[in-house]
Design a protein around this ligand. Structure first.
Ligand code: CTP
Length: 457
């Protein structure tokens, strides 16, 4: 597929809707069509998603304030207004539609639209009742009278928990609208000097726009309502991975079993207790919409119990001379997720399409003694990477702040890391995850360009 926006400059305005995080993916899609993107955020948008991700992905300064000047003294939003081939406002809130309809230019997105002769595409997202309110209807009609292309929101689940109209339109539909609008127009400002300046990519934002799921802590399997089978995991390693991923710009979902450390504020936390709970949470997050993958990478740092009582007692077990517990093996969750990701059934036969885009899967292996079994574990679980550590070694393993780990990759590569902080181990793991994700995306792009052209549906 050729790049339909090659050489174009697009101003992307983001306003304060819960759907603001989708703008990061929209930016990626627009870039993959060859466009150069400059991002403007309203103050409310910055509450939902920080400028770091947008800056890393767009390679331009992010405009958040009408008074901001570029390092060379030019007025940031005016440079976008004058050089953009199109301005896309996605998501657009009811408040923003009202501000734009009346020309109130207090925020940088409205100010840029007012100052620009470029075509404007607006993709609203809001609560259903807000969308159907006569005030919003009138504001949308006003925007259409300016010649703006307003893409109606979709019907589906909303942030309120209700279902109705108001979801941000599908991102490819927004990209198609931009492409259609620019079909007959020449490029406005091909001279880079007329565009916003290029900034170096933040070295520490290499997971911007990625969704990383981390499991942490030890599971507990009930023996009776009072007692459980647990393990010595404190959750330190998993939490270090979650914190490192957040610092590198990722959106992080942390599935926390029993942990003894504070959970990072920026992560979406799902609390679980047993292996069955953890399995349920993993299955829920693994499936995104329409058979897509629900995340870019899964890092399974949780210490999952390998056995659980066959039948937990419903009431507290009384004291006896001896007690024998019947245990059953728990399912291997990571192996199950890997099979789902690869479209395999429990026997390993291909029965479904693999999840797209392919998530990168990382396991941890707590070993005592040699790491000889780890390579076999990596193959058995069909994961991309296994981080192995000898929990019997001093300074490594449960409850410590340090770890000596080896990272084994599916291609046979092995690197033995020195004894270092769990945070440094986390970053070393994420270095490999970031590279694997970039390789995955490049491979997908090559596949797409080598596919024969399809007839339009
Ligand atoms: N794991 C899992 N489900 C289980 C057990 C482990 O998903 N029932 C995951 C862990 O979270 C970890 C990886 O598999 O990422 C390896 O865990 P480990 O206990 O070392 O491996 P096991 O498969 O349990 O093998 P063994 O206990 O024989 O060493």
């Amino acid at each position: 597929m050729s790049e339909r926006l090659a050489g174009r400059m697009i101003g992307l305005g983001v306003t304060g809707s819960i759907a603001a995080y989708k703008a990061v993916e929209l930016l990626r899609l627009l870039r993959s069509e060859g466009a150069d993107i400059a991002v403007m955020l309203t103050p409310a948008a910055t509450q939902f998603v920080g400028p770091l991700s947008f800056r890393a992905l767009s390679r331009h300064p992010i405009e958040t304030n009408v008074l901001d000047l570029l390092p060379d003294g030019r007025i940031g939003h005016i440079v976008i207004a004058d050089s953009a081939d199109a301005i896309v406002v996605a998501p657009a809130t009811a408040h923003w539609l009202a501000a734009m309809a009346t020309g109130l230019s207090g925020d940088v997105v409205t100010a840029t639209c007012l100052a620009s002769s470029a075509p404007v595409v607006v993709a609203p997202a809001m609560d259903g009742d807000m969308w159907t309110h006569p005030a919003t209807t009138a504001n949308v009609a006003k925007l259409r009278s300016f010649g703006y292309a307003v893409i109606d929101p979709d019907v589906g689940p909303l942030a309120s928990g209700q279902s109705g109209i108001g979801r941000l339109a599908e991102l490819p539909a927004i990209v198609d609208a931009v492409v259609a609008l620019l079909a007959d127009r020449s490029i406005r400002a091909s001279d880079p000097a007329a565009r916003p300046p290029v900034v170096a990519p933040g070295r520490d934002a290499d997971l911007a726009g990625r969704h990383v799921v981390v499991s942490a802590g030890g599971t507990r399997e009930a023996i009776d309502p009072v007692r459980y089978i647990g393990n010595r995991s404190t959750g330190k390693m998993g939490v270090a991975v979650a914190e490192a991923a957040l610092d590198r710009g990722a959106r992080v979902t942390l599935i926390a079993a029993d942990v003894e450390v504070t959970l990072p504020a920026g992560a979406t936390v799902i609390r679980v207790e047993s292996t069955a709970d953890l399995r349920g949470a993993l299955l829920r997050v693994t499936h995104g919409a329409d058979g897509s993958a629900g995340y870019d990478a899964l890092i399974m740092a949780a210490a999952v119990s390998d056995f659980r009582p066959l039948i937990p007692a419903e009431t507290k077990l009384g004291r006896t001379e001896t007690l024998t517990l019947d245990l059953e093996a728990t399912p291997d969750l990571l192996a199950e997720i890997a099979r789902i990701a690869q479209g395999l059934d429990s026997e390993g036969a291909v029965t479904r399409d693999p999840l797209q885009p392919r998530p990168i899967l990382v396991g941890f292996a707590a070993e005592t003694g040699s790491l000889d079994r780890t390579a076999e574990k990596l193959r058995r679980k069909r994961v991309d990477l296994i981080v192995a550590n000898d929990v019997a070694e001093a300074g490594s393993g449960f409850g410590t702040d340090t770890n000596r780990a080896s990272i084994l990759a599916a291609d046979g590569a092995r690197s033995d890391l020195p004894l270092q902080s769990k945070r440094a181990v986390a970053d070393a793991v994420l270095d490999r995850v970031a590279v694997a994700l970039d390789e995955r995306d490049r491979a997908a792009q090559t596949d797409a360009t080598s596919e024969p052209a399809r007839e339009p549906a």
